[in-house]
Write a protein that binds this ligand. Structure first.
Ligand code: CTP
Length: 398
């Protein structure tokens, strides 16, 4: 069942558009709320009235007909956008970010995951341009469904056929049911902070941001609405993630407190500088004879400050990177910062921590539980962390 799932069904001008009518019926019968967006040529195959009657909503087909911002509203409203059938032309526009009709505008505005079901003739499907466009879409985080193989409307035979409505429906169901964080808002901090000494120098650390970015990517895949507050890194923003760029610990503190109240889950994976220069020189500091010292003052402990205002239905997770008395220090952090979980990584473990692609963690919970995991890629570690969080939320809600 897809109770209350909010789905955008994009339909493009293909002979297979009639299958979208069946798909719409399956989605509605399963309890989904569906809004249909069409391209101009769909009218040649299936009338708008069919889609509006079956969906119970007017069809969005012309950018200039309704409220000018309807594409943005739809893009932020949906849990999933499915384009079936997706023609070679629309797929090419998606892959290149073109925006010349209602459907392409909704695609660019969509914050939800997007699934496309290609439909075209065999030679169009096998053309290297189409293959490159589909590859680009996969890279952009779009789920490209396989095409069916068989007789095509042209009389030719081969791949390019639209999957049957029941098969597309099964993919949609799978995608939505695999998303235990649907409707949840997740805030993640990542990367290092930089504390300015003068206009050309700063204090920082070796954090690459990889662990925090892996958490953001997995959270979005699990259906959450994700805000990633990130210090300077060279990583690209995972798809469906809203990134807020910060530099200093103070900026990170402000960005976190600006939105933490609305969040369900907060994970602080950033390596925040504990100290910042007492004064920042406005001009580049010139070297002088002899040594020098820079006076440092404490930054705000962001995690602790969130722990103080945490609401009972919020889950708060911190990281602890220790070099000695690991478990004891981590347990202390759990209590002193009012956390639900603390993820401990030890710098003693080879392959774990700063800069590595892998991490080896233990997850401690408030009930005294300690789960120890082997060395794994950071994305797999992120999945383990969310598995614990989801189990904790399910336990709490009975
Ligand atoms: N953290 C934070 N704000 C700070 C310092 C740390 O939010 N100013 C968060 C980190 O993101 C991490 C956790 O606190 O989730 C633990 O950071 P860590 O530096 O290991 O621990 P500290 O509490 O700073 O203690 P210590 O320096 O004694 O290890």
């Amino acid at each position: 069942m897809l109770d209350q799932a909010k789905i955008i069904l994009g339909v493009t001008g293909s002979i297979a558009a009639y299958k979208a009518v069946y798909l719409l019926r399956l989605l509605k019968k399963a309890g989904a709320d569906v809004r249909v967006v069409t391209t101009a040529s769909v009218d040649e195959f299936v009338g708008e009235l069919t889609f509006s009657s079956l969906s119970g909503h007017s069809v969005f087909s012309g950018l200039w007909e309704e409220e000018w911002s309807q594409h943005v509203e739809l893009g932020t409203w949906a849990d999933l956008m499915v384009v079936a059938p997706a023609t070679a032309h629309t797929l090419a526009k998606f892959a290149h970010g073109l925006c010349d009709n209602a459907l392409t505008a909704v695609y660019l505005a969509a914050r939800c995951p997007v699934m496309v079901a290609p439909a075209m003739d065999v030679d169009m499907f096998l053309h290297p341009r189409t293959a490159a466009n589909l590859q680009q879409l996969s890279q952009d985080g779009v789920e490209v469904l396989p095409s069916g193989t068989g007789f095509l409307a042209s009389g030719l035979e081969g791949p390019g056929r639209l999957l049957e409505p029941e098969e597309i429906f099964a993919h949609i169901q799978q995608r939505l049911l695999d998303r235990p964080l649907r409707g949840k808002k997740v805030l993640i901090t990542a990367g290092p902070t930089r504390e300015a000494i003068d206009p050309v120098r700063f204090l920082s650390n070796h954090s690459s941001g990889k662990m925090g970015y892996a958490l953001a990517e997995v959270a979005a895949q699990l259906g959450a609405e994700v805000v990633l507050v990130s210090g300077p890194t060279s990583l690209s923003t995972p798809s469906q993630v809203q990134k807020v760029k910060v530099v200093s610990a103070q900026e990170m503190y402000e960005a976190v407190h600006e939105c933490v109240d609305r969040m369900d889950i907060v994970i602080m994976a950033a390596a925040v500088s504990d100290y910042t220069p007492e004064e920042v020189a406005t001009e580049k500091m010139k070297k002088k004879e002899g040594d020098m010292a820079i006076a440092l003052k404490r930054t705000k402990d962001i995690l602790k400050s969130v722990g103080k205002i945490k609401k009972p239905d919020q889950t708060l997770v911190g990281f602890a990177m220790e070099t000695q008395n690991e478990l004891e220090n981590a347990k202390n952090k759990l209590v002193s910062k009012n956390l639900d979980f603390v993820v401990l990584n030890s710098l003693r473990d080879p392959g774990a921590g700063f800069g590595h692609e892998t991490n080896k963690v233990s997850i401690l919970d408030r009930q005294g539980g300690i789960a120890q995991f082997p060395l794994k890629p950071k994305k797999e570690v992120a999945k383990d962390i969310f598995q614990k969080i989801v189990a904790g939320i399910e336990r709490q809600s009975g």
